[in-house]
Design a protein around this ligand. Structure first.
Ligand code: TXA
Ligand code: MG
Length: 330
């Protein structure tokens, strides 16, 4: 186990071989509609231990279990409350992760000792087919070293995890580019723990009264155990990340120092001050290119990445959440 594995490349026509390897205990990254996931059999404690080790992930940060049908869901969760079922009917398959009471079959290492298990059914056709062929639920944290930007291309996964995992399913770049929304439906009122493409307005439309706990959970020690992953610094490139509103550009004189890169939906006013400018077509495009841009800017030797602030609407909420965590200093 550890950093001496040969990481095999699986083409899309080799999914069945990759799925066989999963059943034999392998750890294999695969594409989903959000980000690449680092997959292993959710019932295999040894493979689970290997995932924490490969990512350098703190043991107190639980994993999401991915299912491809209702039978698997009921192997993973001991009970699916009506409120959860109504959201499943509305949003699955898709980028919504629900906390449910954990079944006995799920090892406690998956949930970091919590009584709940996070579950989602991805919509990406490769992801669904991979789980179906594996014929077991798959744990899949984002396929990156802990703390780094999530992998949205197979090459990004290889950059972080080559030699540490058994394989990578080499699919296309992921469509959404940011991780799923995490919702605690067992809490009254139901609360969002992490923002994603299924936004709060869509969720409230289906279930009025949902609250946003993503910030409280992250900062409030008393609440920290409710979603352990949210307290960790995250999504960080080697460069410093700064959040810039279009209006405030240039107001901060320190913004002139170092090799700077820009990402946003507008061009910056002082475009000549930037070594690299990534102008996105809209906020969905911004979300899908954010993590790959972080990695590209690291390759280009950028010191500071200026990221345009966006309105807290739609996937804008998830973008701002990731930018805040990426910009936290140690
Ligand atoms: O889009 C996604 O969700 C991707 C793809 C691969 O599906 N996966 C992903 O996994 O982002 P990961 O491990 O990077 O993030 C899981 C998040 C963490 O913030 C973790 O703390 C939270 O979900 N989580 C998992 N189980 C939990 C539980 N039982 N209670 C509270 N939070 C939980
Ligand atoms: Mg992650």
């Amino acid at each position: 186990m550890g950093s001496d594995r040969t990481t095999k490349r699986y083409e899309l026509n080799e999914l069945a071989q990759a799925a066989d390897a999963i059943r034999a205990g392998a750890i294999i990254a695969f594409p989903t509609e959000t980000v690449y996931g680092l997959g292993a059999n959710a019932f295999d404690s040894e493979a689970i231990a290997g995932i924490f080790k490969a990512k350098g992930r703190p043991q107190d940060n639980p994993l999401i279990v991915h299912v491809s049908n209702a039978t698997m869901l009921h192997q993973v969760a001991s009970h699916v409350p009506d409120v959860a079922q109504s959201l499943i009917d509305r949003f699955w398959p898709g980028p919504l992760t629900l906390l449910l009471p954990k079944s006995e079959r799920i090892p406690s290492s998956v949930t970091a000792g919590l009584p709940t298990v996070a579950v989602r059914m991805p919509s990406d056709p490769v992801a669904i087919e991979f789980i179906r062929l594996a014929d077991v639920p798959l744990v899949a944290p984002s396929a990156n070293l802990s703390g780094r930007p999530s992998g949205t291309t197979w090459q990004a996964v290889a950059e972080d995890l080559d030699g540490k995992i058994d394989g990578i399913v080499c699919g296309p770049a992921t469509q959404i580019g940011l991780e799923s929304t995490v919702l605690d439906v067992l809490h009254d009122p139901p609360r969002i723990l992490r923002h994603g493409a299924i936004d709060i307005a869509m969720l409230r439309h289906a279930l009025p009264g949902i609250i946003d706990a993503s910030q409280t959970i992250a900062t409030d020690q008393q609440h920290a155990p409710a979603s352990p992953g949210m307290k960790h610094r995250h999504y960080q490139p080697k460069a410093s990340v700064r959040i810039c509103s279009m209006a405030e550009q240039g107001a901060d004189s320190t913004m002139k120092s170092g090799n700077r890169g820009w990402i946003g939906i507008h061009r910056p006013d002082q475009a000549n001050d930037y070594v690299v400018v990534v102008k996105c077509n809209n906020i969905e495009d911004y979300a899908s290119r954010l993590f790959e841009t972080f990695r590209m800017m690291d390759h280009r030797g950028i010191d500071i990445i200026d990221c345009e602030a966006v309105p807290l609407e739609g996937i804008g909420m998830a973008i701002m959440d990731r930018l805040k965590r990426a910009s936290l200093k140690s």
